[in-house]
Design a protein around this ligand. Structure first.
Ligand code: SER
Length: 869
């Protein structure tokens, strides 16, 4: 069975059991501070498990892209060394939100595996939670009794909290689980060693394929468990492992999910898979990592230096490092694998296909830059080795290389061992630990449990229509971090406050109680579908009604920028072409930032066209046309474009101004005329193929004009002229004339000097020699050397000069002398550089050294004379 068919059979099976089939959610999470990436099939549904939202159908099934590379579930370092762990994998899952529970979940899993996929019952094992005293939870007898109906009891094993109690993070919904393991060893091996003894023992051929989680608890911040009001089912089956079983192979990498990529790596690198352990690990690492990186970029997450972007960068660098060392690849090539990946998976995941070129460009650029880092690192490591006394390289130096230059520590260790040297690994670890502690302390945050003031309260956002309303506080909690100190998070039954999202910042404002006492709301964010208001203090009368008011001025400025962002998006597609896609946006009250795919710098003319396009629509006073809760298909039909990496519900909101129509949850001006005017203030590159524009509107633009005007007036005063442009042109002209005169004077000076210097030459061992301090700049000295040089074939010159407190040494040697006597100006200046505390180099016949100690020039001049003698 081909992997495509395995995937569709799963979905069809659950569709027949009345599940809605949904597409995979994007992997990068936007409104969940506890999780960076989707790390299991259930993560995108957390809001349903927590009861913050209701699904349309309480039975859902899908194949979800998951990334286990950070936080509680992190498999990164294992990937490549075994045949069944991955960074990115697909998790096939079926869910019940308060609907069916253990009975159906178990029956259907068994039916699908043994009847639809036809897996032999005799190679399957089941595990059931044995209970845990500390948590005060009993053994899962219910699951055990149900399994007994399908499997003989000697195939049911008891499992501990580590394996059989599933928790997504430190807090949140959790519950006991039953794992289904499969034994794919040969019949002889199975006869010799009982498969049961190998379950959960990291055996590559006795592996877990499906986990059925019975969600019935919620883990609170203080570690205690409380029962969830509704019980849920969360199952997750490893798609690649299932393919391994059904395709009768012994490794995930031998399934058709990976083989096309592996064949391509073999072709490009001229290495074979399956012949050498180290090469095999490298090939597995690369074929795994290219998937993780390509899918992340398609979901809008570019490699970067912070947060999720940094995790992606590290994955790609791990792949580059393995290909560099074990496949001898010194040039970018991983980007070339994107093509096969798109062919293989582009149908199931269209985001890959449509963004192929961007993915390739970004990966290629990252590869090139990291390979440069590796090159530099090798040179630096060489220097460290040269300065090492004894046979052990200091951990501190290796840490510096790792920390400042991103040079991988295992590569350092490998290179050292090849040279018969050791690395002080303990020292390295200590430095690493110190640094980790520093950053941990900086980012440490503790979150208390919610204090519930009103049970089961729902929340409604009314901030599209009003900025002020009376609210009840339904719950609150304290959050403490090093950065912000103590803060409170409040939830209301009703809120006019817009929560940060879709690039737009969260609203600020205040809460006022009946006595007129005010608590400021400093920010608003959304977490698992709940709007949370941040305050420094807790209101005194928590149970009373408060008036909540949004800071209207900041909201209005932000709206001007948000609407302008839509017009800018439209303008860019119009002026540059339809390849332009939004890759990120930040809408603040003071400015807007827009990232988009485009392959070259925008010309002045293009920027002007974009600005005029937007300003024409502002001048056109286009009215806002908003539609709420319309079906996604209808919005797309009308011309709205879904963005990659965004999660949309079944119904969406559209925002239209003239011909600009977007899917958007943000807030906007009522009429484009409100924006007043739009101005681009910068344009540049963010990554390969991604440009960034920053722009301002309205009040910020008024301030900008006032500033520009002030500078202009200052200029007029300085130039003492009412026509500053003309005055500047005159100045420039005057300046260039003066420059010419100075140059002519300098030439004369050099000429005179040349005559004088010729008389000062002395002969040492048949060489015409002069070492002297002179008063010329670097260019003048070079000219002088070459002019004098043209008259001799046995000339040796060393000039010292002092400019702006810095020392310069220039050495000239006739080419004939270089070849006859084997002397080299480059080597000589490097040596002499010591006298002036500096260094330099150049060619054998002409080289210079710069340094910070001009007093050393005389010494250098003397030293060279000694040398020649
Ligand atoms: N959440 C469970 C897991 O990730 C099942 O989907 O294993």
């Amino acid at each position: 069975m081909k992997s495509q068919d395995i995937r569709s059979k799963f979905l069809q099976f659950f569709k027949d059991k009345e599940h809605s089939i949904v597409p995979s959610a994007p992997m990068v999470l936007k409104d969940d501070p506890t999780l960076m990436f989707v790390n299991s099939g259930m993560a995108p549904f957390k809001e349903y498990f927590l009861g913050n939202a209701q699904p349309k159908n309480n039975r859902i099934a899908d194949s979800q892209k998951c990334l286990r590379v950070s936080g509680k579930h992190n498999d990164l370092e294992e990937v490549g060394y075994d045949t069944y762990h991955h960074t990115l994998f697909e998790m096939l899952g079926n869910w019940s939100f308060g609907d069916y529970f253990k009975q159906e979940a178990i029956a259907w899993a068994w039916e699908l595996l043994t009847e639809v996929y036809g897996i032999d019952k005799d190679i399957l094992y089941i595990s059931v939670f044995e209970g845990d005293e500390a948590d005060n939870i009993p053994m899962d007898q219910e699951a055990y009794d149900i399994w007994k109906q399908y499997v003989s009891e000697d195939r049911i094993l008891m499992g501990n909290k580590k394996d059989n109690f599933w928790e997504m993070g430190d807090q949140g919904p959790c519950g006991p689980c039953s794992e289904i393991h499969v034994d794919i060893r040969s019949a002889e091996e199975r006869a010799m060693v009982d498969g049961k003894s190998l379950v959960n023992m990291d055996h590559p051929h006795v592996v877990e394929i499906w986990n059925l989680v019975f969600m019935q608890y919620n883990r609170k911040a203080n570690g205690s468990l409380i029962a969830l009001p509704n019980k849920h089912i969360d199952t997750g089956m490893g798609f690649e492992r299932l393919c391994m079983v059904l395709q009768g192979v012994q490794s995930n990498y031998d399934t058709d999910v990976f083989t096309p990529i592996i064949r391509e790596i073999e072709t490009i690198t001229d290495k074979n898979y399956g012949k050498n352990d180290k090469v095999d690990v490298a090939i597995r690492v690369i074929s795994d990592h290219v998937r993780a990186v390509a899918f992340s970029i398609a979901d809008g997450q570019l490699p970067s230096n912070t947060g999720a972007g940094y995790v992606i960068r590290r994955i790609l660098r791990r792949a580059i490092r393995y290909s560099f060392t074990f496949l001898d690849q010194k040039d970018p090539f991983i980007y070339r694998l994107v093509d096969v990946l798109c062919k293989k998976m582009g149908d199931a995941f269209p985001e890959l296909k449509s963004q192929k070129q961007l993915i390739e460009n970004v990966i290629k650029e990252e590869e090139a830059s990291f390979l440069r880092t590796l090159d530099q690192g090798l040179v630096l490591l060489d220097g460290i080795v040269k300065n090492t006394i004894g046979d052990t390289v200091s951990g501190e130096k290796a840490f510096e290389l790792y920390d400042t230059f991103g040079f991988p520590i295992d590569l350092t260790a490998l290179i050292l061992s090849e040279q018969g040297l050791k690395l002080d690994e303990q020292g390295f670890k200590e430095h690493l630990e110190k640094q980790k502690n520093r950053s941990r302390a900086a980012s440490e945050m503790s979150t208390e449990d919610w204090t519930i003031l009103i049970e089961d309260a729902e929340q409604e956002f009314i901030g599209y229509d009003t900025l002020e309303t009376n609210v009840k506080i339904t719950r609150y909690r304290k959050v403490t971090s090093k950065k912000d100190g103590d803060m409170y998070q409040l939830v209301f039954n009703l809120t006019p406050f817009y929560a940060e999202g879709g690039g737009q910042v969260g609203d600020k404002g205040y809460l006022e109680d009946v006595n007129g006492d005010v608590v400021y709301i400093l920010d608003t964010k959304r977490e698992n579908n709940v709007v949370i208001h941040f305050t420094k203090n807790l209101p005194d009368h928590l149970n009373e009604t408060h008036k909540a008011t949004v800071d209207a001025k900041q909201r209005y400025r932000t709206e001007c920028n948000h609407t302008a962002t839509h017009l800018l998006h439209q303008a860019l597609r119009e002026v540059l072409g339809n390849h332009v896609e939004q890759k990120g946006s930040a809408v603040h009250s003071k400015y807007l930032r827009f990232d988009f795919s485009h392959f070259s710098k925008l010309s002045m003319e293009e920027l002007r066209d974009v600005e005029s396009f937007v300003n024409a629509r502002i001048a056109g006073k286009l009215e806002l046309k908003e539609q709420r809760n319309i079906p996604m298909e209808k919005a797309v039909e009308e011309g709205a474009m879904a963005l990659f990496g965004e999660k949309y519900g079944d119904t969406v909101r559209t925002i239209r101004f003239g011909q600009s129509i977007e899917l958007c949850g943000g807030t906007h001006v009522k009429n484009t005329g409100d924006i007043w005017y739009f101005k681009i203030v910068s344009e540049g590159a963010v990554a390969a193929g991604i440009r960034r524009i920053e722009a301002i509107t309205n009040d910020a633009l008024k301030d900008y004009f006032v500033d520009v005007n002030r500078t202009f007036n200052d200029m007029k005063v300085l130039l003492n002229n009412n026509e500053p442009v003309k005055a500047l042109q005159n100045l420039q002209e005057e300046n260039s004339n003066l420059k010419k005169q100075v140059e002519a004077l300098l030439k004369d000076k050099t000429k005179n000097l040349k005559g004088d210097l010729k008389n000062e030459l002395t002969e040492i061992n048949g060489i015409q020699f002069l070492a002297k301090k002179i008063d010329l700049d670097a260019g003048g000295i070079k000219d002088l050397c070459f002019e004098l040089g043209s008259q001799f074939d046995n000339l040796f010159l060393l000039f010292g000069a002092e400019n702006d407190g810095k020392a310069l040494l220039s050495c000239y040697i006739s080419k004939e002398l270089v070849s006859e006597k084997g002397i080299n100006a480059g080597q000589i200046v490097r040596e002499l550089g010591k006298h002036i505390q500096g260094g330099g180099g150049g060619q054998p016949f002409f080289a210079t050294a710069g340094g910070k100690k001009p007093e050393g020039i005389e010494e250098a001049l003397k030293a060279v004379e000694e040398y020649l003698k």
